[in-house]
Design a protein around this ligand. Sequence first.
Ligand code: ADP
Ligand code: MG
Length: 275
Amino acid sequence: MSRTPENPAPGADWTPAAPPRPVIEVEAVHKTFGDLHVLKACDLTVHAGEVAVLVGPSGSGKSTLLRCINQLEEPTAGRVLIDGEVQGFQPDPLPDGRWQQLTAAQIAAQRSRIGMVFQRFHLFPHLTALTNVMEAPVQVRGLPRAAAEKKARALLERVGLADRAEHYPAELSGGQQQRVAIARALAMDPELMLFDEPTSALDPELVSEVLAVLKDLAADGMTMVVVTHEMGFAREVADQVVFMDEGRILERGTPEQVVDHPQSERLQSFLASVL
Ligand code: ADP
Ligand code: MG
């Protein structure tokens, strides 16, 4: 007998399976810099709790796509929605069809829902690991220092650096600095995280400690887009792998499809260069 709201199984709550909720929707996004057409009709949907891994040769537009998602760049055409909300513009066009831009404060509020981690860690060199993580919640959110410190210590613990809280960036390895950068992004309670080649600047022996943090976040249900050449990570963690080439998304699918059964010659030769 099937379980329905009228006829629940004994002792069990009946909950219908929730449909997947899109968190990131990139719709026909183009980006040009002068004559350079860097993104060409890019579409991407990432649902809540999914990990999308973005791969492609240098210069293919991966960073620009991430930067359009968090409004570090404005798309030349097309749009980005986060949780169904158009980024950078009022939800509806004016009667004359023009889209009205949000204010700087409204854009800042939208951006604060998105955490970003870069290849270079960009920590404040004059602040300890702890104060690096505390800074934005205190300065931007007005969180009291004691509460911010408690939260920052918990986040440093989460990335395995509880014992490095009082160290300055120069006293930390690259992998440790990147883990502080991740904790710092998490301190703003982002709904989603963007990672732009988070391990590319690291010595090979430090890559796995950073990937372990990303895996932990993914297992915890964080919605993420990760630009990386680490195909082992893509295989293990990605819900979808997206291959970009010359500003276009050429292939996308499960790791099985994209990494193990590449269709285009472009992707085949790209994989041969990174595997
Ligand atoms: P990827 O991250 O895949 O290496 P990028 O998105 O960084 O690629 O760059 C894609 C192309 O856009 C490159 O040719 C790059 O030189 C160009 N580009 C990126 N940002 C700018 C910018 N602000 N002004 C001009 N050209 C840019
Ligand atoms: Mg890049």
